[in-house]
Design a protein around this ligand. Structure first.
Ligand code: NAD
Ligand code: IPM
Ligand code: MN
Length: 352
C-alpha cells in the first residue's frame, strides 16, 4: 500500500506522527508493508516557497492508494489559501464526494450528554464533499467599502446530491441498518434544497426496507442533542455536514476523538481527523492523537485491511477504557505517550 502522508500545520504534525507510529506497529504485527511518502505541503512550506502544492500535486496524489492528512490552517496564512488548495482542492480534484464521519461514543464517561452511553451515540454522517458553498463561486463588489456586496453561491447539482444520498442508502443497506435521515433547509433555501427533497424522495422509494426520514437542519441539531439514539445514518450537504460533525465530535469526547474519510469509492481517498490545527496546542505534546489514529483505521478498512483496522480500533478502545489518554478526555498522557500506548497495544494483538 502506497500512502501519502501530509502532516500539514499545527497539531496536524503532532497527531500524524502518532498515526504513522501506529501504522508501523500494524506493519510489524501483521506483516504488512506500507510505503509511506511524506509530503511537506503546509503553511511552513507556503511561507518559504510561495507554493501551496506543486502544479502536478493532484496527479501526484492520484498515484497513491490513499492519503493521510493531519490538519491545515495557520495564522500566518489568514486567507487560508494553502488549506483551500491542499484540503478542499484534493476533495474537489480527486472528486472525493463522500465525507464519511462516524459518530461513535466509546465510553459513557466521555459523553457530555446526560445519561447517554455508547448505545445512544452510534451513527454515521455522510457529508456531501464536492459542492455546496465550498465551491468558492462568487465575489466581492466594492470590497472594503461601506457599499460592499459579497456573494457566495451554493451549488447543488442533481449528480452531486444523487450520488451522496444514494451512497447513504447503499451504506445503510450494506450495513444492515434501517434508517436514513436527510437534513436540509428546504423551508428557507427553496431553490437548492428543493433538489435535495426531490432526490431524497426519488431514492427513498428505491429502498423500501429503509425508513427514510427528513429533518430541517436546525431541528436535526436539536434532536442530535436530545435523542441521538434515533439516528443511524444522516446525510446532508457540505456546510451542514461540517457543522454537525463538530457537534457529533463532542458526543464522542471532543474534537480530538473524531475521524473522517474523504472518499470516492474505488479511487484514491483521503483520511483525516475532523479537528483542525489547534495552533495553541501545536508542538506541545498535548493534542489527542485518537482522531488521527482512528482515521488511519478508516483508511485501512477502506483499502480492505479489515483485521488491521479492527486491531487499531480495539487498541483505541483499550486506551480509553484504561484511561491511557490525553488530558482533553481525562487522562494524564501526552500526545506521544498516548500514541505509544496504542501502538504497543496493537503489537500485543497478534491475530495470526
Ligand atoms: P480546531 O479543531 O483546530 O480546534 C478547536 C479546539 O478544539 C481546540 O482549541 C482544542 O481545544 C480542541 N481540539 C481540536 N483538536 C484537538 C485534539 N486533537 N486534541 C485536543 N483538543 C483538540 O478548530 P479551529 O480552532 O476552529 O481551527 C484552527 C485552524 O484549523 C483554522 O485555521 C481552521 O481553518 C483549521 N481547520 C482545519 C481542518 C482540517 O485541516 N481538516 C479542520 C478544522 C479546522
Ligand atoms: C473540516 C474543516 C474544513 C471544512 C475547513 C478547514 C475548510 O472544517 O474538514 O471539517 O470546512 O471542510
Ligand atoms: Mn470542520
Amino acid at each position: 500500500m502506497k500512502i501519502a502522508v501530509i502532516p500539514g500545520d499545527g497539531i496536524g504534525k503532532d497527531v500524524t506522527t502518532e498515526a504513522v507510529k501506529v501504522l508501523h506497529s500494524v506493519e510489524q504485527t501483521f506483516g504488512r508493508a506500507f510505503e509511506l511518502e511524506h509530503l511537506p505541503w503546509s503553511a511552513d512550506h507556503f511561507v518559504v516557497t510561495g507554493e501551496t502544492l506543486p502544479a502536478n500535486g493532484y496527479d501526484l496524489l492520484r498515484q497513491f492508494d490513499a492519503i493521510l492528512i493531519g490538519a491545515l490552517g495557520d495564522p500566518r496564512v489568514p486567507d487560508n489559501r494553502h488549506a483551500r488548495d491542499i484540503l478542499l482542492g484534493t476533495r474537489f480534484e480527486l472528486d472525493l464526494y463522500v465525507n464519511y464521519r462516524p459518530v461513535k461514543l466509546l465510553d459513557e464517561r466521555l459523553c457530555p450528554l446526560k445519561g447517554r452511553g455508547p448505545k445512544d451515540v452510534n451513527f454515521v454522517v455522510f457529508r456531501e464533499n464536492t459542492e455546496g458553498v465550498y465551491v468558492s463561486i462568487g465575489g466581492r463588489f466594492k470590497a472594503n467599502t461601506v457599499d460592499e456586496v459579497a456573494i457566495q453561491e451554493e451549488i447543488n447539482t442533481y449528480k452531486g446530491v444523487h450520488r451522496i444520498v444514494k451512497h447513504a442508502f447503499d451504506y445503510a443497506a450494506a450495513s444492515g441498518l434501517t434508517k436514513v435521515c436527510m437534513a436540509d433547509k428546504s423551508n428557507a433555501m427553496t431553490q437548492g434544497h428543493a433538489l435535495w427533497q426531490r432526490v431524497f424522495k426519488e431514492l427513498a422509494a428505491q429502498y423500501p426496507a429503509i425508513i427514510a426520514t427528513h429533518y430541517y437542519i436546525d431541528a436535526l441539531a436539536m434532536y442530535m442533542v436530545l435523542d441521538p439514539g434515533q439516528f443511524e445514518v444522516i446525510v446532508t450537504n457540505n456546510l451542514f455536514g461540517d457543522i454537525i460533525t463538530d457537534l457529533g465530535a463532542t458526543f464522542q469526547g471532543g474534537l480530538g476523538m473524531a475521524a473522517s474519510g474523504n472518499i470516492h469509492p474505488g479511487r484514491t481517498s483521503m483520511f483525516e481527523p475532523v479537528h483542525g490545527s489547534a495552533p495553541k496546542f501545536a508542538g506541545k505534546n498535548i493534542a489527542n492523537p485518537i482522531g488521527a489514529i482512528a482515521s488511519t483505521a478508516l483508511l485501512l478498512e477502506t483499502l480492505g485491511a479489515k483485521n488491521e483496522a479492527a486491531a487499531i480500533d480495539a487498541a483505541i478502545l483499550l486506551a480509553v477504557k484504561e484511561n491511557q489518554v490525553t488530558s482533553d478526555i481525562g487522562g494524564t498522557l501526552g500526545t506521544r505517550e498516548a500514541g505509544d500506548f496504542i501502538a504497543r497495544a496493537i503489537s500485543k494483538m497478534k491475530t495470526r
